[in-house]
Design a protein. Sequence first.
Lengths: 391, 313
Amino acid sequence: MRDTLYLALRYLAFHRVKTAILVAAITLIVFLPVGLRVIVNQSSQQLTARAEATPLVIGAKGSPTELTLNTLYFSSDVPARTTHAAAAEVTETGLAHAIPMYVRFRVRDRPIVGTTLEYFEFRGLRIVEGRQLAILGEAVLGSRAAKRLGVGPGDYVISSPESVFDIAGVYPLRMPVVGVLEFSDSADDDAVFVDVKTAWVIEGLGHGHQDLSRPEAAAGVLRREGNVVVGNASVMQFNEITPDNIDSFHFHGELSDFPLTAVIAVPPDQRSSALLQGRYQSAGLSQIVNPTEVMDELLDTILTVEKFVIAGAVTVGLATLATTFLVFALSLRLRSRERETLFKIGGSRTAVATVMTSEIVVVLAAGVLLALCLTFLTQRYGDVIIRALIR
Amino acid sequence: MSSRMKSAVVTLACAIAACGGPAPETEADGGAEAQVESDAVVVFTTNYPLAYFAKRIGGERVRVEFPAPAGIDPAYWSPSPEDVAAYQEADVVLLNGAGYEGWVAKTSLPDSKLVNTSAGFEDMYIVSEEAVVHTHGPAGEHEHENLAFTTWLDPVLAIEQARAIRDALAAQLPGAEADLQEGFAALETDLTEIDARLGAWAADHAGQPLLASHPVYQYLARRYDLNLRSVHFEPDEVPTTGGWRDLAARLENHTAEWMLWEATPLAETRELLASEYGVGSFVFDPCGNRPESGDYISVMRANVESLEALPAI
C-alpha cells in the first residue's frame, strides 16, 4: 500500500501544476458555499447582537431601517427628527428608561453621538483614559475614534460643518476631549460622544455671546427697547465653551422642543415593553421599532440574496466537479500506455488501478482539507472582517 | 420711629439670626454624616433647604451631600468637573427647580437621577419682572425669562418640595415608606408652625410697606401678601451713588421703614439707611446655604422672630 501511495504522490509531484489546479478547484467547490454560509451567519449574529441589546427605539415616523441603523450604528443617513419631549413621554409612562440620541454631526468621518450618561451605563462602556463628560462642550471618544483622529484627553476635536456653502448654518464647535472609552468591539468605538445639550449647541440652538446688556457690548447692539436688547450681526458668538464664557451660554426655546434622532427605550420587563409598544401603535407622529425585528427583516433580504449566491456557487461547483472528473477521465485515457507499461513490468491490473485511484483520492482529500482550513479561518477571523465592513 | 429704636431692633434681630435660635443641631450637619452606613442612599442636593429636608425625611437611611462651599449663594455657584463627577455618582440628585440651579443645563448629569422638587407646582412659579430679552441672528427674539427661585420661603411650597423628596426617597428605599412618612410629618409640622406664625404676623401688618435688599423674597411676599419692593444692595458692600438714588426713587411711592436683608449689612450701610432714609434693617435669611450655626428650621424661626420684633404700624 505504501508503494502504491508512493507512486501516486510521485506522479502528483511530477505534475505539480496540474495537481495544484485540481486541488484549488476542489477547494473552491467545497469552500464557496460553506464559507459563504459561515460569513452570512456571522454577519447575522453581529447585526442581531447589537439589535438584541437595544430593546426599543422611538423616533419620528419614517424608515424604520434608517432609524435603527442610525441609532445602533450611527450611520450617516439621518432619520426624521423627533423632539426631546419624546424622551420625557417615555419616562412619564413609567414603563421604560429613556435614552435620548442625537446623531447628526461629525468630526471628520467620525459620528458625533449626542446622548446622556445613561447611554454609557446601558452599553457598559467604561472610561479607560481621562474622565466622563461633566461640563457642556466636552467630548469622550471611542477607542478607535481616538486612534484615527490622533487625539486623547487634553486635546481638542472640532465638529465638521455640514456644508461649506451654508454660511448661516451650523458653526464648528471646538470641544475638549476629556476621556477615551475602553475598546468594546462595537460601533461605539468609532464615535465621538458628547452630551445631547452639546449637540444642540453645535446645531446653534444654544450659544454663548457677549452680554448685550453690558456697556462693553455696545458695538453689537442695534437698539434697546425697554428690557429688549436687539443685537446686530456683529454679535460675536463663542465657538468653544470655556470656564470663562460658559456662563454666557444659554438655550433658546423649550428644551422639550429640541431635536433628537431617536430615543432608546429600556423597559424593565417584557410586559412593560409590550405595553409601551401598544401606546405607539395608534396613529401619531412617532413610531416605535423593535431593532431585532428590523434587523431580522434586513437579514431576510440578505438571506434571500445569499440563497441565490449559494445556488450559483453550487451550480458552478457542480460544473467544476464535472470538469474535474472529465479531466481525470481524459487523463486516465491519455495514460493508457503508462498503465500498459506498469502491467508489463509486473504490476497487477488491480495495483495499477489502485495507484490511479490513490492519485484522485489524494487530490480530492487535499482539496477538502484546504477548504476546511479556509472555513476554520473564516470562522475564526471572519467576524473581524465583517465588523470592519459593516461599520 | 427714632433711629436709636431702630438700631435696637436691628441689633436684636441680627443677634437672633446669628444665634440661630434654640433648635438643636440636626443630622444634616457633616459630623453625623460620617456615621451613616455605607449602604445608605446617596442624595446630592443643589441647596441647603433640600439637604435639610432630605436628612429630616430620610434620617440614617440616606447620606446627604451638598457640595457647594459655605458662604456663597448656591444659586450662582458653578461646580467643578470633580463636583459634577460626585453628583454623577449619587443615587438621587434633588433639584430646587424654578431656574435655581442654572448650572445643571451646562453639565452632564444622569436624567434618571434628577428630581425636580418643585415640578409639582410649576404653574405657581413667579416670573421675575427684571428679565432681559435680547434678539439677534436668524432665530430672532430670544427671551431669557427669569424665574424667582427661592420657592422654599413659602412654607406651603416648601412642604410640597419635602413631599417630592419623600416620594423620591421612597422609590429608592422600598419598604421604608412608614419611616420616611414619619420624618416628613415631623418636618411638615415644623414648617406649618412657621407658616402659621408668618401668617399671623402678616395679618397684623397688612399693607405695611417693606423693602428687600435683593429680589429674593417673591414667594414669601406672595404667600403672605406682603407689600414688598426690592432694591439691589449687597450686605457686604456700601451701596453706590446709583444704588442710593434708586432707593430714593423707590421710597417716593413706597414709604417703607424697614428693609429685609439676606445677611447682616455693613454698619455704615445700616446707619446711612437709618439716618438718611429713615429705613431700619433686619435680617431675614433665605438660608440657601448651610448656616454657620443651627439649621434650616432654627434660621426660619429666627427670621420669624425678627419680623415679630418689628413694631406694629
